[in-house]
Design a protein around this ligand. Structure first.
Ligand SMILES: Cc1cc2nc3c(=O)[nH]c(=O)nc-3n(C[C@H](O)[C@H](O)[C@H](O)COP(=O)(O)OP(=O)(O)OC[C@H]3O[C@@H](n4cnc5c(N)ncnc54)[C@H](O)[C@@H]3O)c2cc1C
Length: 500
């Protein structure tokens, strides 16, 4: 059969999904993974008696009735009891003024709570809530899970627009603008910060509306066993369908013969030949290193030169001998005492408390995790120059953050049993994502709406998947991109695509 064997680069979510659908469709897939574990950025690791979550915050579409759930089911990762529904989005705290707000999944209540803080902002708050309500329901997600650009003819795009007519107005005008611009009209400065940080300030307003819609539909959940519990069933499904994975197998080159991908060469020199290659790895190294930049057209080069990347972050996890009953799973703090890291002043911290599950810490203990955005250059330069300076900076950040947490949770500093600090450099080291961009391209209003093709001009038998072809990344889009890679192959090989 033409195109029978596939080499897949990367065992992140996209590579694993491509592997499962490849096996379902009669191909023989072999995944080559740089790290010793599957999952890519959807990573979980052990530190002593504690489990540290390095990835997925919330799972979208975790219940039946949404096409995302169908995708998880096809991939074998929709076990009952594996997800706790998010009853609220989290809490925002301004340490200076003492103001606190919990963002309810009841959108009317959310609107009322926000308006109670600032009646003068009622108009903008009502817009946000209206957008969230409009984005409820599964139809939008059916569209997002459709065909890749290569398989979507112009009439398909018209059909999509028609199906979107109910919410069409929410994709343009004020709702199509970046949140950070929309929020400029807010009179209340703190509320403005809250709105900006509902996700990333650069995303369009409709994106935040979409998250609110999912929350209201009870389609946002927390993973009981973390990313590990989500990834392992997909690995299991892939292997049970006959797929093969090699770990610690870094691909150094994509072998090209007669303008067609013909296999991969690993760092140890071994060459694995295949009929097709799918790269579900970092986009920059795939195009400019593994393929030597030979197939980068002007559009691709411009994207890597001009597009903005997701800002990398530092994640500080503490295993502590205490519990946090009643604390929300997520709190965003606007700090009274900002933190200086490199050239940056860090004004806020995100805080995850894993108190919704007993799988992360022994009884009576907990994992608490703070994070902040931080520059790639700072950490990369430190690491390259002097490993001990890099380690010292990690330790200093941990201490500074802990001191601020101690003011919030008195005594915590003396209850710490385990400290784990992951920097942008850590993200690169374990996943090879360019400049530590853990979700690839920043989902700005423009970038998120720009389709990125999965194939490269002049190169046959090669497809890309993952967050570097799905601007903004995210669990469902990356899984879908793996599925789409196999849809493209089936089209090439004139086969019907199947999902079971
Ligand atoms: C902290 C964090 C929180 C997140 N929260 C959410 C969330 O709440 N909800 C949500 O939907 N999404 C979330 N995401 C985003 C989502 O997890 C990612 O977008 C998605 O998992 C990316 O999958 P991927 O397969 O495209 O890429 P990756 O996970 O980067 O996988 C690529 C794989 O390729 C391997 N690789 C790279 N180069 C090579 C090479 N040369 N040879 C062999 N292997 C190679 C890497 O080691 C890696 O395993 C979060 C991400 C992070 C980091």
């Amino acid at each position: 059969m033409a195109g029978e064997t596939i080499a897949i680069i990367g065992a992140g979510l996209a590579g694993l999904a491509a592997g499962v659908y490849a096996q379902m469709n009669g191909y023989r897939a072999h995944i080559f993974e740089h790290h010793s574990q599957p999952g890519g950025v959807a990573a979980t690791w052990r530190r002593g008696a504690y489990t540290i979550e390095g990835g997925i915050h919330f799972l979208m579409g975790h219940r039946p009735g949404n096409p995302m759930y169908d995708l998880y089911r096809q991939l074998g990762t929709a076990a009952p009891g594996s997800v706790v529904n998010m009853e609220d989005y989290g809490r925002f705290v301004d340490e200076t003024s003492g103001r606190i707000i919990t963002l309810s999944s009841d959108l009317d209540r959310l609107g009322a709570d926000l308006k109670a803080f600032s009646p003068a902002d009622a108009g903008a708050i009502e817009d946000l809530v209206a957008c969230g309500k409009a984005m409820r329901g599964p139809e939008l997600w059916s569209l997002g899970m459709g065909d890749p650009p290569e398989l979507s003819p112009w009439w398909g795009q018209i059909k999509q627009l028609w199906a979107l007519r109910r919410v069409f107005r929410f994709y343009g005008g004020k709702f199509g603008r970046p949140v950070v611009e929309f929020s400029k009209s807010f009179h209340d400065r703190w509320l403005q910060q809250v709105v900006n940080n509902l996700f990333m300030p650069e995303v369009p307003v409709w994106f935040v509306g979409m998250l609110l819609g999912l929350l209201a539909d009870r389609q946002m959940g927390l993973l009981v066993e973390g990313s590990h519990g989500f990834v392992q069933p997909i690995v299991h499904k892939f292997k049970s369908l006959g797929g093969q994975i090699s770990y610690n197998a870094t691909v150094e080159e994509i072998v090209v013969e007669d303008a067609a991908a013909a296999g991969v060469r690993l760092a140890d020199g071994a060459v694995h030949r295949s009929d097709v290659v799918i790269s579900a790895a970092d986009g920059h190294s795939t195009i400019f290193k593994l393929l030597g930049g030979h197939y980068a057209d002007a559009k691709t080069k411009a994207r890597f030169r001009d597009w903005r990347l997701v800002r990398p972050f530092v994640m500080l996890s503490f295993g502590v001998a205490r519990e946090f009953p009643g604390e929300p799973h997520f709190t965003a703090f606007l700090l009274k005492e900002p933190l200086q890291v490199g050239r940056q002043t860090i004004g806020g911290l995100g805080l995850r408390i894993f108190n919704y599950t007993d799988r992360f810490a022994p009884a009576g203990k907990s994992v608490i995790q703070a994070s902040f955005e931080s520059e790639w250059d700072h950490w990369n330069a430190l690491q390259n120059r002097d490993r001990s300076a890099y380690d010292a900076e990690k330790a200093r950040c941990a201490q500074e953050v802990l001191r601020r947490l101690d003011a919030r949770f008195p005594g915590i500093a003396s209850q710490v049993e385990v400290t784990d600090v992951a920097t942008p450099y850590t993200t690169w080291r374990y996943t090879r994502n360019w400049q530590g961009a853990y979700e690839g391209w920043l989902p700005t209003a423009r970038q998120i709406m720009t389709p990125v093709t999965r194939t490269l001009p002049g190169l046959r038998s090669f497809v890309m998947a993952g967050q570097w072809v799905m601007p903004g990344g995210g669990v469902p889009p990356c899984l879908v991109s793996g599925k789409q890679a196999i849809q493209i192959l089936c089209k090439w090989h004139r086969k019907s695509f199947v999902t079971g």
